[in-house]
Write a protein that binds this ligand. Structure first.
Ligand code: ADP
Ligand code: MN
Ligand code: MN
Ligand code: MN
Ligand code: MN
Length: 333
């Protein structure tokens, strides 16, 4: 007998990379082989030398197909075996290894918007629903749109064995969130990408778009982000290391915010529970700060920080690499 392996990779589309996948049928018991694809069709190569390699790095049961089927997340390599320029996972691995003894954990809150016909679910054609207020964590058909997709996605993530830790309805109609973590930098990132893939596929069945646009509706509507919660062993045991990490993020704040995905200036305005992108601040319980320390963290004098700046379409391989590098370098001193 045979089984189906869905090979998934991150393409070279700018500014927001797109997920691509194709199916390989393998004999029972077969190893997951290196495979290839046409990089000229994914913004990853010129037509004249178009071959790229797919190197499996993470696999899990495929809850969409069931049975023995698997999802196979891959890194993209050039034909000579070097990492492709779009392959940011290859840059994370050495940083994760360098600081492994500090035991970095990440919890990523992936916000997204379910859209159809170019507008969020719950938005009437050519108009707007009632203003923000009642939708966050709501119940009821006048406030909640797309829950069947969201529930199916949660079940799929659990069945795939991803470290999903929760879901909630967000502030704008049609806007939702799932959380992955806590987990190490590579694991949380691999799981975010596979969870995004599952969301794309489940929404697709209803002709719905899984959108990671930072500001899908202009005006007085919340943007869509990917708050990134972070701790090291020292931060989980004491308060001073948390402050050291916040100060380190402050020193490199522009470098970070520029690498945190698309739509920064539109989303990080200083309104709608954000801090202005061009200024850095941190504070306890402050949802208008760049970095928030949850209230329990101040009371218990230990825990983690929340970097609120990453946009929804951020690449977790980049964000976790930068936070690990910046904070762990400062904490090492
Ligand atoms: P918010 O109150 O900002 O909406 P959420 O509950 O949505 O917070 O998300 C918090 C995230 O922080 C979760 O993914 C959780 O796993 C993660 N988290 C909890 N403790 C830690 C920790 N010590 N280090 C890193 N992440 C953590
Ligand atoms: Mn072909
Ligand atoms: Mn949250
Ligand atoms: Mn949220
Ligand atoms: Mn948050």
């Amino acid at each position: 007998m045979s089984f189906k392996a869905e090979y998934i990779w991150i393409d070279g589309t700018e500014p927001t990379a797109q997920l691509r996948s194709k199916t390989r049928v393998l004999a029972d018991g077969a190893e997951l082989p290196i495979w290839g694809f046409d990089g000229s069709s994914t913004n990853q190569a010129e037509g004249s030398s178009s071959d790229c390699q797919l190197k499996p790095v993470f696999s899990c049961p495929d809850p969409l197909r069931g049975g023995d089927s698997v999802l196979v997340l891959c890194e993209v390599l050039n034909v000579d075996g070097t990492p492709h320029s779009s392959n940011h996972r290859a840059l994370l691995t050495p940083i994760a290894e360098q600081f492994a003894d500090q035991e970095s954990w990440f919890g990523i809150e992936q916000e997204y918007t379910l859209m159809k016909d170019g507008r969020p679910l719950g938005f009437p054609e050519g108009g707007y629903p009632a203003p923000q207020g009642p939708y966050y964590c709501a119940a009821g058909g006048n406030y909640v749109f797309g829950r069947d997709i969201v529930e199916e996605h949660l079940d799929a993530c659990i069945a795939a064995g991803l470290k999903i830790s929760g879901i909630n309805a967000e502030v704008m109609p049609g806007q939702w969130e799932f959380q992955i973590g806590p987990a190490g930098p590579e694991e949380v990132s691999d799981h975010i990408w596979v969870a995004r893939y599952l969301a794309l596929r489940i929404a697709e069945k209803q002709g719905v778009q899984f959108s990671l646009e930072a500001k899908p509706v202009k005006g007085d509507w919340n943007g869509t982000g990917a708050h990134t919660n972070f701790s090291t062993k020292a931060m989980r045991e004491g308060y001073d290391p948390i402050i050291t990490a916040c100060e380190a993020l402050g020193e490199k704040f522009l470098e970070h915010v520029k690498a945190y995905g698309t739509g920064t200036e539109e989303r990080l305005t200083g309104a709608h529970e954000t801090a202005k992108w061009s200024e850095f601040s941190y504070g306890v319980s402050n949802r208008g700060a760049s970095v928030r320390l949850p209230w329990q963290v101040e009371i218990e004098r230990k825990g983690y920080l929340e970097d609120r700046r990453p946009n929804a379409d951020m690449d977790p391989y980049i964000v976790t690499r930068m936070i690990t590098n910046t904070c762990c370098t400062a904490l090492e001193k």
